[in-house]
Design a protein around this ligand. Structure first.
Ligand SMILES: *Cc1c(COP(=O)(O)O)cnc(C)c1O
Length: 501
């Protein structure tokens, strides 16, 4: 195997004594580090690379060029809503009044920030139909956990906390759903999806008892379908004394078109980094929101932002039934600014075009490719389509995985693969509303070309990709044998890059 990268690692560029900066000569009395740190002083200095400023700059610039993102190309990762992050968001979030605000600043000096958060909550209430919204959670999964904590507090307040220990989760759900339920101390029970792609109501009814605390339902489901049984499911859960959480990661199909609270949900999380165009940042900083119906309002985290009688905004802690804080300060504020800018730039009426065009684009994509890649369920899709490649596997030994790898050669980020788990050899394509018909056509043409390759030259797909910095990797090996730190040795034999001059 060749080197993982074709340029030296920053550690390999290191030359003892080379410096990028020369700090000023110290003009205050010094104290030996050992006195300051005692036993915490490490015996050896860390093996940091010693490089010039230019070496460091090149290292990071080259790494950034290896990064594929929405600013580079089409990124149809289903369920992730990789939409364009309009630059107006960044411009607003970079205003110094926002960037220089300190979370410990007194309320009297934070009025603008508080007003922005309050108005964002109001906007999200209007979009979802819920009675109240909190902005404290910093991710979707965090919003799931927060919602379940609220549901738990609700049952405890009614003296049913010890009894209601089960959370129902559909078999198509995102993996974070059962994980959040387990983390919150619930037992998870799976509910099947019926042949039409909706929640199986008979199975749901059979699973109901006075031990059920809640159901976590995704609508549109992760099959990219509007769950026509969602309203009935909410009724059944309520009749059994349980509550219903909506996984709101798929809100892109509904914005301005339908309000989840009207369907009957008691709470939902919103991924601002999906539907409301804040950046998905490699694990953070994220920002979320959770909307709740009246009966969960008393349990919301504190502080809550409330308008005062004199037209100002205040942080209120006086909520005795609150579950307390779920994050330091008020969440990741600058991402809230971005989401606010996005919503305001659209304006109330035009928000509806988000949902409409997202659904139109996904159905256009499906119409272009369905003869080669049939959908998991024969229905109109919502903001994403789930297709299967199982016939290519059966007839030609080509898996969805091979198709995804081959797409890299065509310059596209692959769709989500093998999720939802109930569809064999599936690909989940979410174009989002920000893409043009031309881009959708280029992607559809690439997929159709790959379908032809699968039938005529399956080995081409089985060995793809060819045009990427690295070829097919041992992904299971990489996941199981983590080498995340430079260990002072060159792991792969060094090849001298060919000289182009
Ligand atoms: C993205 C996603 C989540 C989790 O959101 P994070 O912000 O990544 O934690 C949950 N459910 C669904 C359906 C999702 O697509």
């Amino acid at each position: 195997m060749g080197r993982i990268v074709d340029f030296p690692l920053i550690f390999e560029r290191s030359v003892p004594g080379r410096r990028g900066v020369r700090p000023p000569v110290c003009d205050v009395p010094t104290q030996p580090l050992a006195e300051l740190l005692g036993e915490h002083l490490r015996p050896e200095p860390p093996a940091l690379p010693e490089v010039s400023e230019l070496d460091a700059l090149r290292h990071y610039t080259r790494l950034s060029q290896r990064n594929y993102g929405i600013d580079v190309g089409f990124y149809p990762l289903g369920s992730c809503t990789m939409k364009y992050n309009p630059r107006i968001n960044e411009k607003i979030a970079a205003l110094s009044g926002f960037t220089h605000a300190h979370p410990l600043q007194p309320e009297s000096l934070s009025q603008g920030a508080l007003q922005l958060m309050y108005e964002l909550q109001q906007d999200l209430k209007a979009i979802t139909g819920f009675a109240e919204v909190t902005l404290q959670n910093v991710a979707g999964a965090h919003g799931e956990l927060l919602s379940l904590m609220l549901i738990k507090a609700y049952h405890e307040s009614r003296g049913e906390g010890d009894k209601r220990k089960i959370v129902l989760v559909p078999d198509s759900a995102h993996g974070t759903n059962p994980a959040s339920a387990a983390l919150c101390g619930f037992t998870v029970k799976s509910i099947p999806t019926n042949a039409e792609g909706d929640t199986d109501l008979d199975a749901l009814q059979a699973a109901l008892s006075d031990e059920v605390a809640a159901m976590m339902l995704t609508n549109p489901s992760t099959l990219g379908l509007f769950d026509r049984n969602a309203r009935r499911a909410c009724e059944l859960l309520h009749e059994a004394g349980a509550l219903v959480f909506c996984d709101g990661a798929n809100m892109n199909a509904l914005v301005g078109v339908a309000r989840p609270a009207d369907i009957g949900f008691d709470c939902m999380h919103l991924n601002l980094h999906k539907t409301f165009s804040t950046p998905h940042g490699g694990g953070g900083p994220g920002a979320g929101a959770v909307g709740v119906s009246e009966r969960l309002v008393p349990f919301l985290p504190t502080p809550r932002i409330e308008p005062t009688d004199d037209g100002r905004y205040a942080l209120s802690y006086d909520h005795p039934q609150s579950i307390g804080r779920v994050h330091a300060f008020y969440g990741n504020f600058l991402n809230l600014v971005r989401a606010y800018a996005y919503i305001r730039a659209y304006g109330g009426r035009d928000l509806r075009t988000i949902g409409e065009f997202a659904v139109l684009n996904a159905n256009y994509m499906l119409a272009r490719i369905r003869h080669a890649f049939p959908p998991a369920v024969e229905r109109l899709c919502m903001h994403e389509c789930v297709i299967t490649a199982k016939h290519y596997k059966q007839q030609y030994g080509v898996r969805a995985f091979d198709i995804a790898k081959r797409l890299l050669d065509y310059g596209f980020h692959p769709p989500t693969m093998y999720f939802p788990l109930i569809v064999p050899e599936c690909l989940m394509i979410e174009p989002t509303e920000s893409e043009s018909k031309q881009t959708l056509d280029m992607f559809a043409n690439a997929l159709l070309e790959i379908a032809r390759e699968a039938m005529e030259q399956p080995e081409v797909l089985q060995n793809a990709p060819y045009n990427t910095p690295v070829r097919r990797l041992d992904e299971a090996g990489a996941a199981k044998t983590l080498i995340l730190r430079w260990q002072g040795t060159v792991i792969y034999p060094q090849e001298v890059p060919a000289c182009a001059c």
